[in-house]
Design a binder for this molecule. Structure first.
Ligand code: GLN
Length: 476
């Protein structure tokens, strides 16, 4: 059977009935592009010609008029990252389970932001329009506060309001950047393990992802490998430091190496710096925007989710020269139009306080750690020693929200381990398979990500549960 008969383009062009007929003739599943591979026992369901795997993924027999996009078909057929994520989150919400899965802080949410947002919601809203749309590119006062905050933190930046676009989360910013800047056939380079949303957004824009793998346990960026990944079609590099999931903080050498290649190939860089204040004792030696030739080609992401521990607010921003922001701003106005107005007002008040604190501290070094970073660093030690005690190998972490452990000694794959960990210790974590896209070389299958962006109490409870319910180790 021809590749794609049941997967990609024919579903777009042919009528559903024609596809069904063709698939019946070919004895193939008309829902998934992986149909009839010998390793998967595809038993076709007579009625609408779906394999068991798709039936399981889709639940009930779909109504005859249901037509998923080719992308959705593929995602459902292969159990993409969004499904795994939803499963993990659902399991983690089971009563009594300690959620070290999704990266959300259960402490330290910013009081000023909450108070000012509440006042904006409950005050004389009709007069102030606080509960209505804001300008698409953000509440002017927030744009000003973001610029002030970054100029206080990084005096060399000297950004103004016109260099700021407020978005409805960093995830939306990423979506809008990829929609605005990429064409079908373009290539984007990412570092793997890769936050699954980068991969999905690049694909949604019709572009192709090329991954440069960071090797455990230190996950250093190999600039030579990066150089080899470039092609004439490369349009953008997506860079993230401190890194999700590994906690690697890029060195000066790594950042300068990436920057030199971006300048040499004259391409854009998306620098996801949402964890920039979460460094553990160490420093951010340099940031992509500060490298020679990069200010004009870098889009930097920041967010109240991580900075103010308000992941549910979905208020984030892009810092870039106005020429780069134009297209992104247009995509953003089509996607969500504007971020929630009263929450933007709350974030503005909090950022003004942070900017003032930065100015008072007269920072002279590059240590960007904030108060929550100290808590998360202690958490890394406490959780890391519990994981080590039960026989796992914990990878070094320099910042961010997560700790990675290799569960190889259990003889399980990461997915099974995470299910077992919930069942026995009532602790949720994320199997890192979803952070690997490239199939060559084969990705590691025994890495697990634990969120450490929690209160010390939560982490102590998780560490105790892990010690009390160790999973058996493989006898060697
Ligand atoms: N950034 C967070 C994480 O990696 C949340 C991601 C999400 O759920 N979209 O866990």
């Amino acid at each position: 059977m021809e590749a794609g008969l049941c997967g990609v383009s024919p579903l777009r062009d042919a009528t559903w009935q024609a596809v069904l007929r063709a698939c019946r003739q070919a004895h193939a599943c008309c829902r998934c592009s992986a149909a009839r591979t010998p390793t998967i026992a595809h038993t076709l369901v007579a009625q609408d010609q779906r394999c068991r795997r798709c039936v399981a993924a889709m639940g009930e027999t779909p109504p005859s008029f249901l037509h998923f996009s080719a992308r959705t078909e593929r995602e459902l057929g292969t159990r993409g990252a969004s499904q795994v994520w939803q499963e993990v989150i659902a399991l983690a919400r089971t009563p009594g389970v300690i959620d070290l899965g999704q990266g959300w802080p259960d402490c330290l949410s910013d009081d000023t932001a909450k108070r000012e947002a509440a006042a904006a919601i409950l005050g004389d809203a009709d007069a102030a329009r606080n509960n209505q749309y804001s300008a698409a590119d953000g509440v002017p006062d927030l744009k000003q506060a973001i610029a002030e905050y970054y100029n206080a933190l990084h005096p060399s930046w000297q950004v103004g309001s016109t260099d700021v676009l407020v978005t409805t989360s960093a995830t939306e910013a990423l979506y809008c950047i990829t929609q605005a800047m990429l064409d079908a056939g373009d290539e984007v380079i990412c570092f793997e393990p890769v936050f699954p949303w980068y991969a999905a957004h690049v694909r949604l824009a019709g572009a192709t992802l090329k991954c440069v793998r960071m090797q455990p346990p230190h996950y250093r960026l190999d600039v030579d490998e990066l150089a080899a990944a470039f092609s004439p079609r490369t349009r953008m590099v997506i860079f993230n430091s401190p890194h999700n999931p590994t906690g690697h903080v890029a060195t000066r050498e790594e950042v300068l190496g990436i920057a030199a290649l971006c300048v040499q190939h004259n391409i854009l860089a998306l620098s996801d710096e949402v964890y920039e204040r979460k460094t553990f004792g160490g420093r951010i030696e340099t940031r992509l925007r500060d490298a020679p030739g990069m200010a004009e080609r870098t889009l930097t992401l920041g967010t109240s989710s991580k900075l103010l521990s308000l992941t549910g607010w979905r208020v984030a921003w892009v810092i870039a020269p106005p020429a780069l922001l134009r297209g992104v701003s247009s995509a953003h106005s089509y996607a969500s139009f504007c971020a929630p107005t009263p929450l933007q007002i709350g974030v503005a008040a909090a950022l003004r306080e942070h900017a003032e604190a930065e100015r008072r501290s007269r920072r002279t070094d590059a240590n960007m750690a904030d108060a929550s970073a100290a808590v998360f660093e202690r958490n890394a030690h406490v959780l890391g020693s519990a994981l080590t005690d039960v026989g796992l190998v914990v990878h070094p972490v320099e910042g961010g929200y997560f700790l990675v452990a290799d569960i190889c000694a259990t003889g399980l794959d990461a997915g099974t381990y995470c299910k077992e960990l919930i069942a026995r210790a009532r602790v949720a974590a994320v199997p890192m398979d979803v952070f690997y896209v490239a199939t060559e070389p084969p990705p590691p299958t025994t890495l697990v990500r634990f969120a450490i962006c929690k209160s010390e109490h939560t982490i102590a409870a998780a560490a105790a549960a892990i010690r009390a319910h160790p999973l058996p180790l493989r006898v060697t």
